[in-house]
Design a protein around this ligand. Structure first.
Ligand SMILES: C[S@@+](CC[C@H](N)C(=O)[O-])C[C@H]1O[C@@H](n2cnc3c(N)ncnc32)[C@H](O)[C@@H]1O
Length: 278
């Protein structure tokens, strides 16, 4: 395949500016400009209650960069990145191609705002594609023609679920979603996953009220938030062998350079890990 491909199937009036969107709030946390007043108001509310959300978003991105480099260094040449987010440089294909220029990337997100930016910033290069689809329909993603054009399911795949599963409620069975995606991938495939938590890093009292408060902000958004403990996130790696150093606060995963301070760890609300399908 020579050029980036898309299967966007949306119209401009699908961009809802009446409700906060997680993709646009996250863009705001990262200092981006692809957000609206309604997103900034909701995001500011979260930042005021939890200033750690901004360094956490940054730490999540940094983890994803290290994890993508690791899986490409392990030989992966094709990636499905679900819950892509509004493009933020460097994007997955840019990081991957620093290691191996022939990596192919299928981006998937259910937010039309991501689709509107994909053409200029994700699929403006060969061997990338974007699909507007919902992770809650994992079979449809695996069967999507754009995904099928980019991904050879006989070869190991890198599956990225970065900061997306906390938008899936327990009753929507996130573990089953990951299992369905994983079933479609051959042994040797890698799962890169991050997930927000309300669990304190080292001891301390879990501030349930504050957690509920943040979850309430997302209740008014287009996707609700389900923070999970490490013990609740770990089962998402069923069928995968966790690579060293395991599932832990994202700055602790193979830090490149200095070790994170306790203060930084306490300000990081994401768990992250990389697994290899056995
Ligand atoms: C917090 S951003 C994460 C972006 C990027 N993966 C990262 O970790 O930096 C979450 C993204 O997941 C997307 N998302 C939320 N629910 C989704 C769903 N059900 N299916 C697909 N994407 C979803 C949002 O639109 C948003 O772009």
């Amino acid at each position: 395949m020579e050029h980036g491909v898309t299967d966007q199937g949306f119209s401009a009036d699908q961009i809802d500016t009446s409700k906060p969107h997680p993709a646009r709030m996250y863009d705001y946390f990262l200092g981006g400009r692809d957000n609206y007043e309604v997103d900034r108001t909701a995001a500011e509310y979260v930042v005021e209650a939890h200033p750690e959300v901004r360094p956490s978003a940054r730490a999540n991105r940094d983890f994803l960069h290290r994890a993508v480099r690791a899986v490409v260094s392990a030989g992966i040449r094709q990636i499905i990145d679900i819950g892509t987010g509004i493009p933020t440089s460097p994007n997955t294909h840019e990081v991957a191609r620093e290691v191996a220029p022939d990596v192919r990337v299928a981006y998937v997100d259910n937010d039309p705002i991501v689709a509107t930016h994909a053409g200029a910033r994700l699929t403006n290069t060969a061997n990338t594609g974007f699909v507007l689809a919902d992770v809650r329909e994992p079979k449809a993603i695996l069967d999507d023609p754009v995904v099928r054009e980019l991904i050879d399911f006989d070869q190991p795949v890198g599956l990225i679920l970065g900061a997306v599963l906390h938008f899936i409620k327990d009753e929507e069975n996130p573990a089953a979603i990951v299992a369905t995606l994983a079933e479609g991938l051959p042994a040797g495939s890698h799962l890169v996953l991050t997930h927000a938590t309300g669990e304190p890093h080292t001891g301390g009292v879990h501030d349930r009220a504050a957690q509920t408060d943040v979850e309430r902000v997302y209740k008014n958004a287009t996707a609700s938030l389900s923070l999970r403990s490490r013990a609740e996130v770990q089962p998402f790696f069923a069928g995968f062998e966790l690579l060293e150093p395991g599932l832990l606060r994202v700055p602790l995963w193979r830090p490149d350079g200095r070790l994170p301070s306790d203060d930084e760890l306490n300000k990081t609300i994401f768990y992250g890990g990389v697994g290899r399908k056995v």
